[in-house]
Design a protein around this ligand. Structure first.
Ligand code: GLC
Length: 416
């Protein structure tokens, strides 16, 4: 009997707000997009009904144009900023106006394989397909195969050094007064800086002024990154969507998705940089590579069957970054300028990122490296609890506690 599993399940019960799970109490009191997808995979291991509910409740927030927003504000809370009055969106229930990595359909496939309930899977498949089409039309209007983010929050890696250069161009002026709540819940040293927040809100104001219309936003965006982690996750989502389309006899959908997948596969390969031993994102405003050394460059392992040479180079580089660390995998290369082992996405290890990397390493035949990373993640959680993330040097659990996706990741990694 593993008491950590019991504790993980208890966290999901505590964070339940009626068929959906908040990431953690107070700091994140609503439904978050990719958090819920990871949580649904956790539930899929022991309660498929609850897993379906998680995804169904997220889809309540889906916009008419297909986007599934990064936050669904099912009920009010005054412990979070920016709330619905800042976003000024027009959906039937309040939501944010930006999105997050499409882990949703990856979860849906796993759930369908566990539950086999076609009646419940099919409407969610339709929602996922609409969202998939939105990604390609709204965020890759030129058909390059890479999808762009218009806000750092869309990456799920809010204050990653990957955004430093591009974000510096975004003004710190805002129409909306910035009234942070997060630093009332968690030590400010572990959170993004005030200046980052002003830029984040400047972007929200800019897009709200565009009425959240994708074409107007594309034209006005002062921040536009064709992003490698999100695109790699989208390709994995595309593979799983294609799988479901074939399973349900949706031949035309399957052909459409397969074409998009192939385009994206080729586009990701173009982003390989042998000199860095990583894949890179592209800043669409400056036209330059985003060379900052972050975890994003390794995520293509998840959705590509890479040439041996590339996979080996990635694994060697990952080992170099992880050397001497108490907990892998650091979201920023240790020691570089900008590396801060406790500050959110500027260095710490996150269980859900490790989960993606572990799946990617396995896919590419690096089972030993996968197992090492799995063990590192599991022991960090067993030592420190279900923290939001971990300081890779000391192993300390940081950020919010009782975190839902860390609980889901633990359950999944104990099964793997
Ligand atoms: C932060 C994280 C993001 C996550 C959200 C809720 O914004 O950067 O990845 O989805 O918190 O946990």
């Amino acid at each position: 009997m593993n008491t950590h599993i019991d504790e993980a399940k208890r966290i999901l019960v505590t964070n339940d707000r009626g068929g959906y799970t908040v990431p953690t109490d107070r700091l994140y009191p609503f439904q978050w997009n990719w958090d819920s997808a990871f949580v649904a995979m956790g539930f899929a291991l022991y309660d498929t009904d609850r897993a379906y509910r998680e995804l169904e409740r997220l889809v309540e927030g889906q916009w008419a144009d297909g986007m599934i927003p990064h936050i669904v504000f099912h009920q009010p809370s005054d412990t979070y900023f920016p709330g619905p009055s800042v976003w000024r969106t027009k959906h039937t229930i309040p939501t944010s106006g930006i999105t997050q990595p499409p882990v949703f359909v990856i979860a849906l496939r796993k759930l369908h394989e566990a539950a086999g309930n076609k009646d419940r899977t099919l409407p969610l498949y339709e929602a996922a397909l609409k969202w998939h089409r939105w990604w390609y039309s709204a965020r890759d209007p030129e058909g390059t195969g890479l999808v762009a983010l218009l806000h750092p929050w869309e990456s799920g890696s809010d204050n990653s050094p990957a955004w430093d250069v591009a974000l510096a161009r975004v003004p710190t002026t805002t129409d909306t007064p910035v009234v942070r709540k997060d630093t009332g819940h968690v030590n400010a040293e572990m959170r993004p800086r005030d200046e980052d927040y002003r830029r984040f809100i400047h972007l929200v104001d800019t897009y709200a002024a565009c009425g959240w219309d994708p074409a107007r936003q594309w034209e006005k965006a002062p921040f536009k990154i064709a992003e490698i982690q999100t695109t790699a996750i989208l390709l994995k989502a595309g593979e799983d969507l294609e799988y479901l389309a074939r399973l349900f006899g949706r031949t035309e959908d399957a052909a459409e998705i397969a074409t998009l997948n192939e385009r994206t596969r080729q586009a990701i390969l173009v982003q390989w940089r042998p000199a860095l031993s990583r894949f890179v994102s592209r800043d669409l405003i400056s036209g330059e590579d985003v060379e900052a050394a972050t975890q994003a460059g390794f995520i293509p392992l998840l959705s590509l069957d890479l040439d041996r040479q590339i996979a080996d180079a990635l694994v060697d580089e990952m080992k170099a970054w992880s050397e001497g660390l108490k907990v892998a995998f650091p979201t920023t290369k240790p020691g570089i300028a900008g590396w801060e082992p406790k500050r959110y996405w500027r260095g710490p290890a996150w269980a859900i990122i490790n989960w993606l990397l572990i799946d990617g390493l396995k896919r590419n035949g690096h089972t030993e490296a996968a197992e090492e990373l799995r063990r590192s993640t599991v022991s960090a959680i067993e030592a420190e609890g279900f923290a939001e993330y971990f300081d890779p040097i000391t192993g300390e659990g940081c950020g919010g506690l009782g975190f839902s996706w860390t609980a889901a990741a633990y359950m999944w990694l104990m099964k793997a």
